[in-house]
Design a binder for this molecule. Structure first.
Ligand code: UDP
Ligand code: MN
Length: 335
């Protein structure tokens, strides 16, 4: 079968040796000693067919740059198919594998889809909760293992540890992904074996769920199902409520525009206008959290116009109340 590359067996020992030899690149970072994290995202090599698509991608990346700056996370944006077989949503497999081995200092990689928007700039992940696990998914254990639901987890925003186990997992998923007949056949298998899954070509999310369901003993104990906050929030249930959420305060960390496909002319599931306005609102809701730090905000979440929300006082930092300060000079940010 197809493989991502040579089989790697002694990765954990090699990584430990590298870390021991490079104390200047520790896998945990100050001030709190959280794991070193690399946010990984990307989009297709070619420009979007939709005239608005690349602009939406730009704004989606601007949003990620903001979140990563506030939280002191490094970010990598990929626009290459590193492997001709691993196109589309499968592109993240060879990418994560290469980045892991090239960056032994990185403890966790955080894959974030291009169409996932950070909508709570304040929220720092509870890193220590995941210390004993290698893969963190937004989803529900029972939906995966009992219902075998293909939406039991979502792979649009996931944490994966830089270790042998993760290389093994990518290696186990890869044979289901080569484009063409193999990917099509696995798509049919997933449609039969997983509940609610339409019969389209195999996707990495279904492949992962299929592996968990059929090889639970091999993978199960290192997978953490997170549902206490929106590591991956479904956009349809969120985008109409930002004004209300702004008043009540419980914001979704991520608003993910699953099924919207701005680069495929809004194929299938959702009306283009609904997707487009939802994205506009998500970008503006998030950007307002940043603009506010500098005294500005959007007139409305539905448009691009901004206005002053605070008078200039002329002195440095005199507008820094406690809440603004938490984002301007965050204590959780790595030095
Ligand atoms: N992607 C990529 N290269 C491609 C196509 C997709 O890197 O050629 C990434 C991109 O970040 C995208 C993700 O794969 O967000 C998953 O695809 P998509 O978001 O369209 O799927 P959905 O979330 O709607 O299931
Ligand atoms: Mn997506």
């Amino acid at each position: 079968p197809y493989s991502l590359g040579r089989t790697i067996l002694d990765y954990d020992a090699r990584r430990s040796a590298w870390l021991a030899a490079h104390p200047e690149f520790p896998a945990r970072v100050p001030p709190a000693g959280r794991p070193r994290v690399l946010v990984v995202t990307g989009s297709a090599p070619a420009r979007c067919p939709d005239p608005d698509g690349d602009h939406l991608l730009l704004r989606a990346f601007k949003n990620k740059a903001d979140y990563c700056r506030v939280h002191g996370l490094e970010v990598y944006y990929n626009t290459a198919f590193l492997d001709a077989e691993m196109t589309g949503f499968w592109a993240k497999l060879p990418l994560l594998r290469s980045l892991m081995m090239a960056h032994p200092e990185v403890e966790l990689l955080w894959w974030v889809d291009s169409d996932a928007v950070f909508t709570d700039m304040r929220f720092e992940l509870p890193w220590e909760r995941y210390a004993a696990h290698n893969l963190v998914l937004h989803g529900w254990e029972a939906k995966v293992y009992e219902e075998k639901s293909w939406v039991g987890v979502n792979t649009g925003s996931i944490l994966i540890r830089n270790c042998q186990w993760s290389l093994d997992l990518l290696h186990a998923m890869a044979p289901m992904g080569p484009r063409g007949p193999v990917r099509d056949r696995y798509g049919e298998l997933f449609a039969r074996e997983l509940s609610g899954r339409p019969p389209f070509e195999a996707d990495d999310q279904s492949a992962l769920i299929y592996l968990l369901v059929t090889q639970r003993e091999r993978w199960g104990d290192k997978v953490f199902f997170e549902n206490s906050y929106e590591l991956n929030g479904f956009w349809e249930l969120i985008v109409d409520r930002y004004e209300e959420l702004r008043r009540t305060g419980a914001w979704p960390l991520v608003t993910h525009f699953v099924g919207c496909k701005p680069c495929r002319r809004y194929a299938d599931s959702y009306p283009a206008d609904r997707c487009r306005l939802g994205m506009e609102r998500a970008f503006n809701f998030a950007d307002d959290q940043i603009l506010r730090l500098y005294g500005f905000g959007h007139e409305s979440l539905n448009g691009t116009a901004v206005q002053r929300v605070r008078n200039e006082t002329g002195g440095p930092l005199d507008a820094e109340d406690e809440e603004l300060g938490r984002l301007l000079h965050p204590t959780f940010r790595a030095a």
